[in-house]
Ligand binder design. Structure first.
Ligand SMILES: [Zn+2]
Length: 488
C-alpha cells in the first residue's frame, strides 16, 4: 500500500547533503484515504489527503487539492488506496510494568490478586524487568493503534522511559506512589510523603520533555488508602508548580469508599473526601471512578477532573461505572485498558467495543429499560482520541488530525472479513474494527509500525526476552499459579 516516493533517493539525499534546510526538507503527503479527523466539526474526508512536515500536520483536505498544492514540494507521496486514516488512539490508563504479569491473577478474588500476586510481582521487579515489560506492552499498544498512553504508576520510571524512547511512542509516565497502607511487602519499605515528592521531582527533572518531547512526567497517587493527606496535598501543589498532571486510582471498589468514610469522616467516599480537601483539579486523571454518586459526579464535573474508563478491567474486578451520567455531566471520559493482570488485552480497539456494550447493557440495570442509543460510535471514537488528548493535557498537540497538531496517526485496512461490507464506516470503526485491521502507525511524524511491522525493535527478540524475564521474576517473587484442569 505504500508507494515509492516520486523523487529518487539520491535526489533526497542530495538535498540533505547540500544542507538545504527549507521547510519542505522532510515533507510527506498521504492521500487517497478516508480521513476521520475527529476535529471539532467531526469532519470526515471521503477521499482526503494530509501533509506532514517533520513532526507536524501542515494541511488536511480533499486529496485532489492536497496533491495539486503540495506534491511538487514533497519528498514522499503515499497512496492509501481508500484505506482509513485516523488520529492515533490514546490509552489513558495502562500499567506497562505489569505486562510480564499477564495471566498471573486470572479468576482470583481481589485480595489474592493484590496481596499474593501483584504486590509480590511488583516488589521484585528490577529496572531491567520494567524496561522489558514496557517494550512488550508498547508492542501491543502500537499494534492496537495507540500512539500515546498514560502510565498508571510503576516502580521504575527510568526503565519505562528508555523503552518508550526506543519504541517511538508518546507517554505520560508516572511513578507508583504510596506513603502508607497495611499489607504491603516488607521489602518495599514505605517512603514518607517528602521522599515520594522528592523522587518524582527528580524523575521530572531527568525525563520530562525528553525523547523529542514525547515523554512527560506526571505525579502519581496509587490510591487513597495508601496516601496520607500530607502526600495528597503536596502532590496537588507540586503538580501545579511543575505544570503537570496527577494520575490516581479513584473509587475503585465499595470497600475503598467505606474505609474513607470511616477513617476520614465523610458521608460518601473518595471523591467526596478529595473535594473536601480541595484536591480536585482539571489536571487530575481519575482512573476507574466506578463507585461515585450523583453529587460526586457533580464535583468531578465542576472541577474539570478527567476520568479514565477501563471497561474490561471494571467488569472483571470493579463494577459498572456511571459513564452515561458522567458524559451527560460534561465530564471528559477517555478509555484505558488498565494492566495486563486486570484485563489481559492491551487494546483500545477492544475497549471501544466493550465500553459500548457494557454501557448499553448497564442501562437496563440503571434505569429498568433498554437504551441502545447511548454511547454511539462517534462518542466512543471521541473517547479514544480527543478526550484522551484532553485527559493527558495534550489537546493542543494530539487527539485529532488538524493543521498544527503533531503527526500521530494510524492507517486502517477496512477490506477484511471482519469489516466488510461497510454500510456505515463510522459504526464499523467501533463495532467491527479489530487490532488486526491496523496496518501502520505514525507517532511524532515517524512510522513506528509499517505494514504491521514494528519499526524500532525486533518484535521476536522482545517476546523471547519477555518470556525469560517473566519466568525469572515469578520465581524470585515466589508466585505460583495453581494448575487448572487435568494436566497429564
Ligand atoms: Zn490501574
Amino acid at each position: 500500500m505504500f508507494r515509492d516516493s516520486p523523487h529518487s533517493e539520491s535526489e533526497t539525499e542530495q538535498r540533505v547533503m547540500n544542507g538545504v534546510t527549507d521547510m519542505n526538507s522532510s515533507q510527506l503527503i498521504i492521500h487517497n484515504a478516508m480521513i476521520v479527523t475527529m476535529d471539532k466539526e467531526l469532519r470526515v474526508f471521503l477521499n482526503g489527503g494530509i501533509v506532514i512536515n517533520n513532526d507536524r500536520i501542515i494541511a488536511v483536505g480533499q486529496s485532489s487539492d492536497i496533491i495539486r498544492q503540495f506534491s511538487s514540494n514533497s519528498q514522499e507521496i503515499i497512496d492509501l488506496h481508500g484505506q482509513f486514516l485516523l488520529p492515533g488512539l490514546i490509552n489513558t490508563h495502562v500499567h506497562t510494568s505489569q505486562q510480564l504479569a499477564r495471566g498471573i491473577a486470572d479468576d482470583v478474588d481481589l485480595l489474592t490478586w493484590l496481596h499474593h500476586r501483584i504486590w509480590p510481582y511488583e516488589s521484585n521487579m528490577t529496572e531491567e524487568d520494567s524496561y522489558i515489560s514496557t517494550l512488550l506492552c508498547g508492542i501491543e499498544l502500537i499494534h492496537s493503534g495507540v500512539t500515546c498512553f498514560a502510565e498508571a504508576g510503576g516502580q521504575h520510571v527510568s526503565g519505562m522511559a528508555k523503552a518508550v524512547e526506543l519504541l517511538g511512542l508518546r507517554a505520560c509516565l508516572t511513578e507508583s506512589i504510596m506513603d502508607s497502607g497495611d499489607g504491603l511487602p516488607s521489602s518495599w519499605g514505605i517512603r514518607t510523603a517528602d521522599e515520594c515528592i522528592q523522587s518524582q521531582k527528580e524523575l521530572h527533572k531527568k525525563h520530562h520533555d525528553t525523547a523529542d518531547g514525547r515523554i512527560r512526567i506526571w505525579l502519581g497517587i496509587r490510591q487513597i488508602m495508601n496516601s496520607t493527606d500530607d502526600l495528597l496535598l503536596q502532590t496537588r501543589d507540586t503538580a501545579k508548580q511543575l505544570n503537570t498532571g496527577i494520575h490516581m486510582h479513584v473509587a475503585e471498589i465499595p470497600s475503598e469508599n467505606h474505609v474513607v468514610m470511616q477513617t476520614r469522616e465523610v458521608d460518601h467516599g473518595t471523591v467526596t473526601y478529595l473535594e473536601k480537601i480541595n484536591f480536585l483539579r482539571s489536571n487530575l486523571l481519575a482512573a476507574h471512578s466506578v463507585w461515585v454518586n450523583e453529587k460526586e459526579i457533580g464535583f468531578l464535573s465542576s472541577c474539570g477532573v478527567k476520568v479514565s474508563h477501563c471497561p474490561a478491567a471494571a467488569m472483571r474486578m470493579l463494577g459498572f461505572a456511571p459513564i452515561r451520567e458522567m458524559l451527560d455531566a460534561n465530564i471528559c471520559v477517555s478509555l484505558g485498558t488498565d494492566g495486563a493482570p486486570s484485563n489481559n488485552r492491551m487494546s483500545i480497539v477492544d475497549e471501544m467495543y466493550i465500553a459500548s456494550l457494557i454501557n448499553k447493557g448497564r442501562e437496563v440495570y440503571a434505569t429498568g429499560t433498554t437504551n441502545p442509543t447511548i454511547l454511539p460510535a462517534e462518542t466512543l471514537l471521541n473517547m479514544a482520541t480527543i478526550n484522551g488528548a484532553k485527559a493527558l493535557l495534550l489537546e493542543n498537540d494530539i487527539g485529532s488530525l488538524q493543521v498544527g497538531k503533531k503527526a500521530d496517526m494510524i492507517v486502517i485496512n477496512p477490506s477484511s472479513w471482519s469489516m466488510v461490507p461497510i454500510h456505515d464506516c463510522i459504526s464499523n470503526l467501533v463495532y467491527c474494527l479489530r487490532t488486526e485491521n491496523i496496518v501502520s502507525v505514525m507517532c511524532n511524524g515517524h512510522w513506528i509500525m509499517k505494514n504491521q511491522k514494528i519499526m524500532n525493535v525486533d518484535e521476536a527478540e522482545i517476546i523471547s526476552m519477555a518470556k525469560n524475564a517473566a519466568a525469572q521474576l515469578l520465581k524470585r517473587a515466589g508466585i505460583q499459579i495453581p494448575k487448572r484442569m487435568n494436566f497429564i
